[in-house]
Design a protein around this ligand. Sequence first.
Ligand SMILES: Cc1ncc(COP(=O)(O)O)c(C=O)c1O
Length: 369
Amino acid sequence: MLNKVPIIDIAARYKTVEKEINESVLSVLKSGQFILGPEVSKLEEEAAEYIGVKHAVGVASGTDALHLALRAYGIGEGDEVITTPFTFIATVEAIVYTGAKPVLVDILPDSYNIDPDQIEKKINEKTKAIIPVHMYGQAADMDSIWELAQKYGLKVIEDAAQAFGGEYRDKKLSGIGHVGCTSFFPTKNLGGAGDGGMVFTNDEKVAGQVRMLRVHGSKDKYVHQIVGYNSRLDSLQAAVVRVHLRHLDEWNDLRRQHASKYNSLLKGNEKIVLPKELDQNKHVYHLYSVRVKEREKCQRFLGEKGVSTAIHYPIPAFEQESFRYLGYKDKDLPVCSEVSEEVLSLPMFPELKDEQTEYVCKCLLEYLG
Ligand SMILES: Cc1ncc(COP(=O)(O)O)c(C=O)c1O
């Protein structure tokens, strides 16, 4: 029914690739090989080629990808890692898992990504890395971040969980920093049918460390050089993600088409701020988030019309109870606080129909008056 527009429809994605998925999954079931194994190795090869890096290492989640990448660089107690508070909480948690301190800096008002000018002010002798997050599917300012990293000898670990297939100056995200991390959480642009994640790098040593860390710190079975984790990607996830990877460009193009339709139908209304795709970026619209005052009222109105929306994310990391110990105050990161109060994600998924986008815009414009 037209007047029911979900924010995302994962079952619709399955329908478009049902036959391929069923065949791949069945072949894994028949093989009896469920943890890592040939299916994961094939995905690693294909994904590394897609991103344009030498090594890809499959792990159990996007959170683990970040955590293991940080550990692979020996980052831990006494160190500081700079990142954005405008992200899913996992980015900040991954830093804490290592024993390092997350240092949060404000975002830019146009892209909602980390502000490089704010980064430099927070760099000191303890700083070891910067984690830019390519929020909503659009790249952070990687030239400025890379320049700072070179100047101060820092590692750049991209959090591209929301941006698989996105580009910055024609280079694929995850392949620009020292390491790139992604998530195969089902709702992501390159989602699986459960949890999963991947680390990308050209650094052979780091790839080797992550390979060890994901299997209890071991290179050879039952020989453990370092204390690691159980963070293995399973073969069924790899089988599903391999199929999805073959369709990803087509799906990302559809997301871009929907975004462009939203932009053209909503443009010119002063009461709403639309997403801005910066010139150097290819945005892949994991989320299409607008900004609107009195957002909850707007969300309720749309909900009553059958349009599902969501808030990514209502409470910035530094305002979360779990991170209160970091000692930030309300006005410390004003852009992030303001944006967090106004963002509202509209329905966005490749299979969205034109009539649905039109209906969402009609309802939203009716609300805005
Ligand atoms: C920006 C960002 N970073 C990290 C993650 C963590 O990924 P996962 O849920 O696979 O652990 C997510 C998604 O959930 C995310 O959106």
